[in-house]
Design a protein around this ligand. Structure first.
Ligand code: SF4
Length: 189
């Protein structure tokens, strides 16, 4: 829902207070962030390599992210969720459309729009951002998507075919960059 509204709109919805829709968004975003950290822990434990300018921060975040068991919600939990998201630089956000995990840090975010943003604008993710992190799973998904695009290109008219191949090659290039720069990590708790 935050992505559909986009962060700018969501942050400005209704009022500047953290009640109402803000609380709901904060709780859901915090739960999703905890899931993202848990999945990253699992991938690292499974021996996946990790790459990206924010890789070290992401490993630390994955090690120390809280687990929200049972998903009980209350006014207190809404405040905890907002406080959790405000920990600049060590909250992980899954961004499957960009094939990366975002370790959001406001100062280095290419998508951040206001000085008060505590979460990324995932649907405005920009290449070359200092908050990006990728695992071997992302590299595999990038190549799978590139293959799908090439298949689409085979049935497309000339101009479109060229553009699709270009996009597919760009995705493969991102996957290759991961392979070249990624290294193994350990999650120490
Ligand atoms: S541009 Fe950067 S901060 Fe924004 S979603 Fe992408 S990786 Fe995250």
């Amino acid at each position: 829902m935050r992505t559909m509204l986009d962060t700018h709109t969501a942050n400005g919805y209704g009022s500047r207070s953290r009640g109402g829709i803000h609380s709901v968004l904060d709780i859901e975003t915090a739960l999703a962030a905890a899931d993202t950290a848990a999945h990253l822990r699992d991938r690292i434990d499974a021996g996946e390599n990790i790459s990206g300018p924010a890789a070290r921060r992401a490993i630390t975040a994955a090690a120390h992210a809280p687990r929200f068991e049972g998903r009980l919600t209350s006014t207190k939990f809404a405040k905890q969720a907002a406080a959790h998201l405000a920990r600049d630089g060590i909250v992980l956000h899954d961004n499957p459309d960009a094939y990366l995990i975002c370790a959001f840090k406001r100062d280095t975010a290419l998508c951040a729009r206001t000085p008060d943003d505590t979460v990324p604008t995932l649907n405005d993710c920009r290449p070359g951002c200092g908050n990006a992190v990728r695992t071997d799973t992302h590299a595999r998904q990038l190549r799978e998507r590139a293959d799908e695009i090439d298949q689409l290109a085979a049935h497309a008219p000339n101009g479109t075919r060229k553009r699709l191949h270009h996009n597919a090659n760009r995705l493969r290039g991102t996957a290759d960059a991961h392979d070249t720069t990624a290294s193994k990590a350990e999650v120490s708790t």
